[in-house]
Design a protein around this ligand. Structure first.
Ligand SMILES: Nc1nc2c(c(=O)[nH]1)N[C@H]1C(S)=C(S)[C@@H](COP(=O)(O)OP(=O)(O)OC[C@H]3O[C@@H](n4cnc5c(=O)[nH]c(N)nc54)[C@H](O)[C@@H]3O)O[C@H]1N2
Ligand SMILES: Nc1nc2c(c(=O)[nH]1)N[C@H]1C(S)=C(S)[C@@H](COP(=O)(O)OP(=O)(O)OC[C@H]3O[C@@H](n4cnc5c(=O)[nH]c(N)nc54)[C@H](O)[C@@H]3O)O[C@H]1N2
Ligand SMILES: [Mo]
Length: 648
């Protein structure tokens, strides 16, 4: 491995890498890589291990899982998410293994399910504009997203639009680096986006600035929305959002005068109680103004729905191996509570074993004191497939060395652009590391699973995972573009049963503003003790908890910090650069205060997702977050969290 470089021929990324991935060589060849199987030696959570052979590790794991499965396989839980989003090294062989075993199923909600299910309820699938056409938009709302940090390729397109004269508006409680580069920044209170969307609709309906023809033809039940929106005057909206009424009026005007308008709507707003309803409301704005008529108008949350015909999940994951069994489903976002639960009639058996791959729940899951306590159970059997000794790996009985993206084969779909990608291994696996697929293949053999599908090679898995894709072209070129129309909904044709956008969606009804669980106005009693709202978006140089141990990146991030507005800091006697404690009833986290007007009054900004073991007090921001779920999609509410900040 000598150099990391993007593919200059790929139409969307054009060879550009984000900062963190440009350090992937440093990460891959990091001296701390786990390169041999490890067995626990010290107490749970101590991170003390001894080296064992693959045979010893796999025999012991298969024996223990076999014993538990003989009682009830549902006592075994797989836990995985975004470490790699590849189809082969994600839920490929792993899913087959757990289906055959009859293990509990995992509801993978930790990131995108609130917005995903909300968009599907409204539009029928996670579909939207083709990202490249943002370059031609006249108005771009960057809503709940910090693309300079988290999607640099989109940001290049927004910059292009700006050069061509577009207006950029950033809607975010934090004055982000992105907000600095937009023409306007609307610093609303966290979790109030649904109210802002209703306020904008109020203006559009009240002044009759709507595209009647588009609504009549392509949006079912739209008058129900009108009725609801007319109650949201700019004054009411502004009071809820913590902004000025004229901001609502001005933005509504821009939406109809700067044509076409496009919304880059992302996950910031979804990590609060009303995240699902907010996405549904914002999702309806482009319909009101007929923005879908243009290829540079509409919205983009995720393009992943365009891949739904391409991904052959059944063939890849083989749910038929369940053979009629219907194991329970466990929500990954409440893993803390789930691990600490006893068996019971409504829960089933206690969780006796967890197999973690592609995830670091002790750091990334909410209310991490509960998560760490659960993983510290001496009677829990934990296997972690990892590249590094993460906070979660420290709690394992066995750590199994996993390959990185450079060392294994995979294929990827996307959620920004619309091409399928091929990941060819560039180097041989380091040390004794193995791809996830091979680890599950070997475990399956040890467990006596002899269905032919457990012998599939990685290339066979990759071919099986994709249909309607020219695999040879994909392999040869590195990517294959999906056929997506330029302006997919110019004439309606949404992927809903009747082809129309759904205002009154099955199961969810007409969308409305759902206030946060924890805010000054929705929980005044709690706010009297913990008056500050805390959000915790990702740090620019980390990828959730990945890359936190890469020295050159950690050097730029420095140390865990919390941003606090000068007025809030002064009221608490907090000086810039001093050590503070962020506290609430769930826990506390020590870090360094940055006194800055990047934070709005009443809101503090923590950053995700540091490793607990790198912090002086062994915690991170998730010590403060809670396990309540969003209105739609059963997702976590990381940015719906009241705290107090005090000098340490
Ligand atoms: N560098 C880097 N890039 C990443 C990641 C990373 O960890 N680091 N993570 C990747 C992953 S897994 C994901 S899911 C995506 C996420 O990508 P995005 O969904 O684009 O999310 P962020 O860039 O985190 O931006 C979220 C923004 O929302 C703001 N926000 C917080 N609460 C609210 C609210 O209530 N309303 C509004 N309007 N805004 C709010 C935050 O201040 C933050 O600036 O990024 C991916 N890219
Ligand atoms: N407070 C707060 N918490 C958050 C967020 C936030 O914004 N604020 N963001 C949330 C979001 S958007 C997400 S997506 C989740 C992400 O949570 P996770 O999915 O847990 O993602 P990471 O923290 O990146 O951890 C992935 C782990 O997988 C490992 N890994 C990578 N590739 C492989 C592989 O090929 N094989 C194996 N076995 N392991 C591999 C990496 O070393 C890393 O330790 O975190 C969530 N948590
Ligand atoms: Mo995510």
């Amino acid at each position: 491995m000598v150099r990391m470089q993007g593919n200059p021929d790929h139409p969307y990324t054009a060879g550009a890498l984000c900062t963190k991935v440009s350090r992937y060589a440093e990460r891959t060849h990091h001296p701390d890589r786990v390169l041999v199987p490890l067995r626990r030696r010290g107490p749970k959570g101590s991170g003390e291990f001894e080296r064992v052979s693959w045979d010893e590790a796999l025999d012991a794991i298969a024996r223990r899982l076999g014993d538990i499965a003989a009682r009830d396989p549902q006592a075994i839980l797989p836990y995985s998410y975004a470490g790699t989003m590849g189809l082969v090294q994600g839920e490929g062989m792993a899913a087959r293994f757990f289906h055959k075993l009859g293990a509990s199923r995992l509801d993978r909600t930790i990131c995108a399910s609130a917005g995903g299910e909300a968009l599907a309820a409204t539009y029928g699938a996670k579909v939207g504009m083709q990202v490249q056409f943002f370059a031609e938009s006249r108005l771009i709302l960057v809503w709940g997203s910090n693309p300079i940090t988290s999607s640099v390729h989109f940001w290049s397109l927004a910059q292009e639009a700006k050069r061509r004269g577009a207006k950029l508006v950033c809607i975010d409680p934090r004055r982000t680096e992105t907000a600095d580069k937009c023409h306007q920044h609307i610093a609303l209170l966290p979790g109030t986006d649904g109210a802002l969307a209703l306020g904008l609709m109020h203006e559009l309906f009240a002044h009759d600035r709507i595209d009647h023809a588009y609504l009549d033809r392509h949006v079912a039940d739209w008058p129900l929305l009108r009725e609801r929106a007319l109650a949201w005057t700019p004054e009411r909206t502004a009071a809820v959002c913590g902004i000025e009424p004229d901001v609502v009026r001005g933005l509504a005007r821009d939406l109809t005068t700067l044509v076409p308008a496009a919304i880059r709507l992302n996950y910031g707003m979804q990590r609060t109680h009303g995240g699902g309803n907010a996405v549904r409301l914002i999702g309806l704005l482009p319909c009101l103004i007929g923005a879908w008529r243009h290829r540079a108008g509409g919205l983009l949350l995720s393009s992943s729905g365009w891949f739904r015909h391409v991904r052959d999940t059944m063939a890849l994951e083989r749910p038929d191996l369940l053979a009629g069994r219907r194991p329970r489903t466990i929500n990954m976002s409440t893993i803390g509570d789930e691990l600490l639960r006893g068996s019971g009639p409504d829960f089933g058996p206690r969780i006796d074993a967890v197999v973690v791959y592609n995830s670091n729940p002790v750091a990334v899951a909410p209310q991490s004191r509960r998560v760490a306590k659960g993983f510290a159970r001496e009677d829990l059997f934990t296997v972690v497939l990892e590249q590094f000794r993460t906070d979660t790996a420290d709690h394992a009985d066995f750590v199994l060395p996993a390959t990185t993206q450079l060392e294994h084969l995979d294929v990827h779909t996307a959620y920004g652009h619309t091409s399928v990608l091929f990941n060819e291994p560039a180097i041989a696996p380091l040390g004794e590391a193995l791809p996830n697929s091979e680890i599950f293949r070997r475990l399956a053999a040890r467990m006596g699973f002899d269905d032919p599908c457990f012998a599939d090679s990685d290339e066979q898995l990759a071919r099986t995972a994709l249909r309607e894709v020219d695999f040879d072209l994909l392999h040869h070129q590195g990517w294959a573009q999906l056929p997506v129309p330029d302006a997919p909904f110019a004439e309606g044709g949404f992927p809903t049963p009747d082809g129309r956008v759904q205002v009154n969606a099955a199961r969810h009804g007409v969308p409305d503003f759902v206030p946060p669980y924890e805010s000054v106005s929705s929980a005044p009693e709690l706010a009297s003790r913990f008056p500050l709202a805390m959000i915790s978006p990702p740090a620019r140089h980390f990828l959730n908890s990945t890359f936190v141990n890469v020295q050159s990146l950690r050097a730029v991030e420095g140390e865990p910090t919390v941003e606090i507005h000068p007025a809030d800091a002064a009221a608490r006697g907090i000086a810039d650069g001093s050590t503070v404690r962020i506290v609430n009833d769930r826990g506390e986290n020590r870090c360094t205060a940055v006194v800055t007007d990047r934070a709005r009054p009443g809101v503090v900004n923590g950053f995700g997702v540091w490793w607990r073991k790198f912090a002086a007090d062994g915690t991170n921001v998730n010590e403060l977050t809670h396990q309540h779920l969003t209105d739609i999609g059963r997702a976590p509410c990381f940015y719906d969290c009241l705290v107090e900040v005090v000098p340490a």
